[in-house]
Design a protein around this ligand. Structure first.
Ligand SMILES: C[S@@+](CC[C@H](N)C(=O)[O-])C[C@H]1O[C@@H](n2cnc3c(N)ncnc32)[C@H](O)[C@@H]1O
Ligand SMILES: [Zn+2]
Length: 366
């Protein structure tokens, strides 16, 4: 057994129970997110508790009054129960799977956290049974190889989408997860409102609010669509709506375009929520606060331009990112992106980005 302090929580971790200290930044971000939502007396379901760290921190730091924690692993269930007592929080700790619990419970929660090993896909349906209008959901996926198309048809089987396996794959993995969730939620007459979306290290995490109503559900399903990427250069295109052709030939270089999706093509965040998180993040470690600042600065538009792919297509050496950003920033909205360090999001066209890359290249040689 080892003792760990994280945020306001103290944990005694039993052998064989999962705890990854590297994920503390993401837990900080989740705590900050819930603080920014200004919850009062809210009821939380931590569906995959392990040590209980999330349920406990949300109670101690984020205005959760009542926590239910589940874990299918008997060791984890006992460990979460003793940690809940140690931290003196009001918790119902249950040694059941989410699927078993959803089959017998009539509860509806204000907040649901799903943080499984691998794909959350088999859990989303049961989490929706425990939801109501306004429920906030936070869902992690660590099967990023599947979502990023590194495992061939696995993404088609699990999420029903053709994944991108190129420089845009981190963003498209977030969009594929949201699209999957939107289609699942629609079966229960819920629409989804994305509040924050993250792809970092080996995980994807989406934060969204459920809105009850047939119209909201239909609108959410319609926010998905297909994207197409040129098989040669960095051109991409997308179109909302299911089963429509996007583009056969690249407008930039004439090569064949490849189709991917369906994936969510609406917003990935709510800027008001993120600005609220910026304020709350001041009390947290600098790496967590910086991460939130990066998410706040990022433009919420579909996809991005990979400067490294453009320079390799142009067969030029590398260029300083900041110079490309400054050149584009004179006429366009432009930001860095969490999905790739050497890429940028902008409302400029590919042609204009190529021009900016060339001029940054010239300037860096002078
Ligand atoms: C990645 S760990 C959770 C980590 C924890 N949330 C944290 O931040 O440290 C996943 C946990 O979910 C549990 N689990 C897996 N499938 C489950 C299911 N269907 N229902 C409930 N718990 C499940 C596992 O036993 C494991 O303890
Ligand atoms: Zn092309």
């Amino acid at each position: 057994m080892r003792t760990v302090r994280e945020g306001s929580a103290t944990l005694k971790i039993d052998d064989g129970v999962f705890y990854n200290p590297k994920m503390s930044k993401l837990r900080d971000v989740s705590v900050i997110f819930l603080r920014a939502m200004g919850l009062k007396r809210a009821k939380l379901l931590d569906a995959t508790a392990a040590t209980g760290i999330r349920g406990i921190r949300y109670c101690l730091e984020s205005g959760i009054a009542d926590t239910t924690m589940l874990d299918i692993n008997p060791k984890a269930y006992r460990n979460a129960r003793s940690n809940a007592r140690l931290n003196k929080i009001k918790a119902h700790v249950i040694g059941e799977s989410l699927q078993e619990f959803a089959g017998s419970s009539h509860d509806a929660f204000d907040v649901i956290d799903i943080d499984p090993f691998g794909s959350p896909a088999p859990m989303v349906h049961d989490a929706l049974k425990l939801s109501k209008d306004g429920t906030l959901m936070m869902i992690t996926a660590t099967d990023t190889a599947t979502l990023c198309g590194a495992e061939g048809p696995a993404c088609l089987r699990i999420y029903g989408s053709m994944p991108m396996h190129n420089e845009l794959c981190h963003e498209s993995s977030v969009r594929i997860l949201l699209s999957f969730v939107a289609r699942e939620a629609a079966q229960f007459n819920f629409g989804i409102e994305p509040l924050l979306s993250i792809a970092d290290m080996h995980y994807v995490r989406v934060f969204f609010r459920l809105r009850r109503g047939a119209a909201q559900a239909t609108e959410s399903v319609k926010a998905s669509g297909f994207a197409a990427c040129c098989s040669r250069c960095h051109a991409f295109a997308f179109k909302k709506g299911i089963a429509q052709s996007v583009l056969e030939k690249c407008v930039n270089c004439g090569a064949e375009m490849r189709a991917y999706g369906p994936m969510w093509l609406g917003n990935l965040k709510d800027q008001g929520t993120v600005v609220g998180m910026l304020k709350e993040s001041r009390a947290y470690p600098e790496t967590s606060a910086d991460f939130v600042r990066g998410l706040s600065d990022e433009l919420d538009i579909q996809f991005f331009y990979s400067v490294s792919k453009i320079t390799s297509y142009l067969k030029t050496g590398s260029v300083p990112m900041q110079q490309v950003i400054d050149a584009l920033g004179k006429r366009h909205r432009v930001s860095r992106t969490q999905f790739d360090n050497y890429s940028l999001k902008t409302d400029a066209s590919l042609r204009e980005v190529i021009k900016a890359v060339k001029s940054a290249r010239r300037a860096s040689r002078e």
